[in-house]
Design a protein around this ligand. Structure first.
Ligand code: HEC
Ligand code: HEC
Length: 186
């Protein structure tokens, strides 16, 4: 399936009602383990489709999102992605500073070819990381490392990171202005 086929923003907005109880509430947390649900605002449309396909085909291991994605057709995914990608919002980096973030900045050189120098990715099929929740990124890098997420590129990247590296990198990307939570405006 070409991920770039056009999505219908208005249909996506209606489908997105089911998603907003989690993704539409700033800082909303997954129950166990406890980490914040990812920000979808500002993310690449093609990547959002790839993420949803990952849950549907179980290349990603989260049971709640697997259940959410199981009932979505390819067209539903494109419409949902078009809706989230079309929404504007204030960029929400954590704006923190400190030694961990500076260490993360140095280590992020290894990631820049795909995720960009400050976490704005260079291709629509690769996720932007700027402003994403720190605890979400720590959690999912571990999921690649533990092969709960099966993407081979990121498994290879994650394999060579220590817990300290993961914490530094997540803190760095979270502090950059970029992604945001799309809130429901109805
Ligand atoms: C019960 C809460 C909940 C609901 C409802 C929900 N999600 Fe999620 N979503 C999550 C969590 C938690 C994750 C992170 C899961 C993981 O660890 O991979 C996630 C991950 C995602 C991702 C991956 C983002 C990324 O950066 O890779 C996308 C895309 C997504 N959800 C879209 C949706 C859409 C579209 C809907 C509605 C059809 C929806 N979600 C409904 C909790 C929810
Ligand atoms: C060769 C390209 C490439 C490099 C280099 C790379 N990544 Fe990735 N990254 C990807 C792709 C592609 C995905 C999406 C994989 C998927 O579908 O699950 C991804 C996903 C991620 C995610 C999950 C994003 C989300 O929203 O769920 C994080 C976090 C991440 N990468 C961090 C890193 C870090 C940190 C580094 C450097 C140590 C790195 N990546 C290096 C291509 C790359």
């Amino acid at each position: 399936m070409p991920v770039s086929a056009a999505g219908d923003v208005e249909r996506g907005a209606i489908l997105a009602e089911t998603c907003m109880g989690c993704h539409g509430i700033p800082g909303y947390r997954n129950g166990y383990p406890s980490y914040r649900v990812p920000k979808l605002g500002g993310q690449h449309e093609d990547y959002l489709v790839i993420g949803l396909q990952g849950y549907k085909t179980q290349g990603r291991g989260h049971p709640t999102m697997q259940a959410q994605a199981a009932g979505l057709s390819d067209q539903d995914m494109r419409d949902l992605a078009a809706y989230f990608a079309s929404q504007g919002g204030p960029e929400q980096g954590s704006a923190q500073t400190g030694a961990r973030i500076e260490r993360g900045r140095e280590k992020a050189g290894a990631c820049a070819a795909c995720h960009g120098e400050v976490g704005i990715s260079l291709q629509s099929t690769w996720p932007s990381l700027a402003g994403q929740h720190e605890d979400y990124m720590r959690e999912v890098i571990l999921q690649y490392k533990n092969q709960v997420r099966t993407d081979p590129v990121m498994q290879g990247q994650a394999q060579i990171l220590s817990d300290e590296d993961i914490a530094d990198l997540a803190a760095f990307y979270a502090a950059q202005p970029g992604l945001f939570t799309v809130e429901y405006a109805r």
